[in-house]
Ligand binder design. Structure first.
Ligand code: AMP
Ligand code: ZN
Ligand code: FE
Ligand code: FE
Length: 292
């Protein structure tokens, strides 16, 4: 069983349709894939139809943009009921924040001498529910200002760079509570990616586990092999599920090919049992994993 629990389509900042993500998962020999676009479930239906058509297992998820101690932290929510009003409100608050910061990002980039208009970004994100900095990066690539998304973040879009504009993000604790109430399973995405090791150390992860965190994404390209092993060990000590995934973004992210990291079948089983329990406790009409 090959299981990849974190991918993006063009509903957020991936570059292919939800259908194409699932088809590509089948071609990559995956038995189970999770579609986890940023802050939206708008790709679920199309992904589910495709998964049903070709017989690939599908876990429906959302990667929620949160904040913890002033830093951006991503929370994967697996199998929540997206119609639960507090979850819907939280996601629309994040999406509104995304839309509202766009003019400010464009103005900041113009101040750097780059000729960029909001309309160009809108064209770039035509299919997106969640517009992000990667869409701005793609416009900069198109103009020849940078070669790839990484360079765009490094020079302009990362915190502390001239084109960075912050936006609303719920606290990690707040998001975990709402996800659980929606019957979903909260798992921290790439906990130690991009220098987050200091803010999500073991005591902090332990405190989050007490608050209802259920898992850690240990196997991820943004972690070194040592970090992956250490996160697996921490998950074991804290009784958390340890997952692994590609964080596939189509052509938008290099070295994140489908299946480049995977989740062990036992860990998926634990996740599904937890989902079942949380769904029951919530009384919500949550999605199930679609099985092949
Ligand atoms: P946003 O949604 O605007 O907050 O942007 C977040 C997205 O940008 C995520 O998909 C990240 O993978 C990507 N991202 C964040 N920081 C960087 C970085 N330094 N280099 C490349 N991509 C990044
Ligand atoms: Zn992304
Ligand atoms: Fe992420
Ligand atoms: Fe992601």
């Amino acid at each position: 069983m090959r299981i990849d629990l974190h991918t993006h389509s063009y509903r957020s900042d991936g570059t292919t349709s939800p259908r194409e993500v699932v088809l590509a998962a089948g071609r990559a020999g995956l038995d189970v894939v999770a579609l986890t676009d940023h802050d939206t479930a708008s790709g679920w239906e199309e992904a589910a139809q495709t998964a049903y058509d070709i017989g690939v297992g599908l876990v429906r998820g959302i990667e929620i943009s949160c904040r913890h101690r002033g830093r951006s932290v991503h929370l994967l929510a697996y199998l929540p009921d997206p119609s639960y009003p507090p979850l819907r409100n939280m996601l629309s608050g994040i999406l509104d924040g995304r839309t509202q910061r766009l003019p400010a990002i464009c103005a900041a980039l113009r101040a750097e001498g780059i000729d960029i208009e909001e309309a160009e970004v809108k064209k770039q994100d035509a299919e997106a529910t969640a517009t992000g900095r990667p869409h701005v990066a793609d416009v900069l690539i198109g103009k020849g200002v940078v070669d790839d998304r990484d360079e765009a973040f490094e020079r302009y879009l990362a915190p502390g760079r001239p084109g960075y504009v912050s936006r609303y993000a719920p606290s990690l604790s707040e998001a975990m509570i709402v996800v659980r109430e929606a019957g979903g399973v909260p798992v921290v995405a790439h906990p130690w990616g991009r220098g987050s090791e200091a803010i999500l150390d073991e005591p902090t992860l332990g405190a989050l586990a007490e608050e209802g965190l259920e898992g850690l994404e240990a196997h991820h390209q943004d972690h070194t092999p040592r970090q992956r092993q250490e996160l697996v060990d921490i998950a074991a000590r804290l009784g958390l599920i340890a997952t692994g995934a590609s964080d596939f973004h189509g052509a938008g992210k290099r070295d994140h090919e489908l299946g480049c990291h995977t989740t062990a079948p036992d860990e998926l089983e634990r996740l599904l049992v937890t989902a079942e329990e949380l769904a029951k406790a919530s009384g919500r009409d949550t999605p199930r994993m679609l099985t092949s």
